[in-house]
Design a protein around this ligand. Structure first.
Ligand code: DQA
Length: 149
């Protein structure tokens, strides 16, 4: 049986829907979870979807994904730009890792153009709002070679 895909979300993504909707879209994180879970189901895959405002908790979940996930989708939010701890944890995950950002980092402030997560990610999707999460599921499905319909 294929292990679930872990989808980990970093700080302040719990406020999606009301947080700067012109940048991040109007969907809540619960809406995104529902869409990702439904999409994964059509591919025969399960999702473990989590959010934390705490760096260490994200590190713990990344370590958990080493043995319990078939792949990892991560939007580390602001920690993307600051956290060597998250990078080091990601480097221990020998599974496909897709970095997702709702907004296009390269059209925003210069300090958002560098992400530590990218150093460990298989691929990066940014600027497509919630659609990025669905494409990340497709990417992992292909990378782990689950047959898509
Ligand atoms: C974000 C982009 C980050 O720069 C920002 O700190 C976030 C959200 C995104 O999804 O576009 O919190 O990761």
């Amino acid at each position: 049986m294929t292990l679930p895909i872990y989808v980990l979300n970093g700080p302040t993504l719990n406020l999606l829907g009301t947080r700067e909707p012109e940048i991040y879209g109007s969907m809540t994180l619960a809406d995104i979870e529902q869409a990702v879970t439904a999409h994964a189901k059509t591919l025969g895959l399960k999702i473990v979807f989590r959010q934390s405002n705490h760096e260490g908790e994200l590190v713990d979940w990344i370590q958990e994904a080493r043995t319990k996930a078939s792949g990892l989708i991560i939007n580390a939010a602001a920690y993307s730009h600051t956290s060597v701890a998250i990078l080091d944890a990601l480097r221990t995950v020998e599974k496909p890792i897709i970095e997702v950002h709702l907004s296009n980092l390269f059209r925003r402030e210069p300090y958002r153009r560098h992400s530590y997560v990218t150093d460990a990610a298989t691929g990066l999707i940014c600027g497509l709002k919630d659609t990025g999460y669905l494409l990340a599921v497709d990417a992992i499905a292909r990378l782990i070679k689950v047959k898509t319909k």
